[in-house]
Design a protein around this ligand. Sequence first.
Ligand SMILES: Cc1cc2nc3c(=O)[nH]c(=O)nc-3n(C[C@H](O)[C@H](O)[C@H](O)COP(=O)(O)OP(=O)(O)OC[C@H]3O[C@@H](n4cnc5c(N)ncnc54)[C@H](O)[C@@H]3O)c2cc1C
Ligand code: SF4
Length: 347
Amino acid sequence: MTNVMVVGGGPAGLRAAESLARFGLEVTLVEQESYLGGAVARHRYQVLMPHFDSGPAVLDRMVSAVAENPRIHIRTGSRIGQVEETDDGFQVEILGRETGVESVRAVVLATGFTHFDPRRDTKYGYGLFPDVITGAELEEMMASGPVTRPSTGEVPKSVAFIYCVGSRDRQVGNTYCSRVCCAVSAKQGIEVREQLPGARLVMFYMDVRTYGLWEDELYWRAQEDAGVVYVKGRVAEITQRDGRPVLKGEDTLVRGPFEWEFDLVVLAAGMEPGEATAELAAQFGIEREPHGFFQQTRPMENASVTSHPGVFVAGAASGPKTIEDSVMEGEVAAMAVLRYLDSKVTV
Ligand SMILES: Cc1cc2nc3c(=O)[nH]c(=O)nc-3n(C[C@H](O)[C@H](O)[C@H](O)COP(=O)(O)OP(=O)(O)OC[C@H]3O[C@@H](n4cnc5c(N)ncnc54)[C@H](O)[C@@H]3O)c2cc1C
Ligand code: SF4
């Protein structure tokens, strides 16, 4: 029986594993955490942009499809150890509760992303001021209860969202756009408005990249239905006065400085390569692109192809992606594995 390994149990890896198993392959799914679902599970997204689907319902469907498939052997709490290339694939050591070595014909790397840590850019005061949080922390807060100020537990009367934190920023070394944060922030603005009908909600942006069909569902809806105010300007510094964050910067449309106090500040922190990306690239002999994500070597033809035959990528491991795109790439990777194995496959 042909065995394929999928590394990473987020949306991309779940989809790749499910599709491969449906085509009759035995799949080993290796996930470092004790649970499946990737960032969606970790941060407990309740509502997904762009269509406002229920996060738990989508996650449940994705995880159940994998957990209920007897051809998928789930290895949570596990990571990749030594990798050796063989005549027809790889011998891969799995480190975890039951350490062992597996022979696999092909591998799909779907190890996702990590969040930019805003502590790396001290101007945001993240880690110093309790009422400055990240978008992921806002997701977790909304999953557990109402939106509150972490410092006091009070309901905020004003919330600022700051775009492009750790993205499009040469000083922190991330020149690229993280693609999802404009839309995620707009979605969060709409959600926060439902909880806080009287609050002042302001987005501080460089550009708004709610591209394609998201413009109506997110950008205009946030402004016209949810009364979210958009201010074009870069925040230069966050300080604290009388226990409240103060944003200083320049409104680049009216060309004037601003200094504005808020009860809560949400940093739209960008996506960076997952921590294991460099190590896995070296272990499986594939290239990385200049920002450190796995390199898609023939993206115009197939998004999952890498520089090494038999090694495929899917999802945010090759660059910032939405869930929809990650799931689609999981499917693409599964199809690419089948094409790669082609007539050699015995199912
Ligand atoms: C605050 C925030 C909100 C978001 N909200 C939305 C939204 O509403 N809609 C939307 O479309 N997108 C949203 N996104 C983007 C979304 O999180 C990603 O598109 C999606 O998680 C990518 O899926 P993935 O499977 O590629 O990666 P991930 O979700 O990152 O999953 C990767 C998995 O691989 C595992 N892994 C990593 N390294 C290893 C290793 N070495 N060994 C084993 N396992 C490993 C990880 O533990 C993880 O489970 C949001 C992002 C952020 C930051
Ligand atoms: S999606 Fe928006 S907030 Fe995120 S990096 Fe791109 S422009 Fe900035």
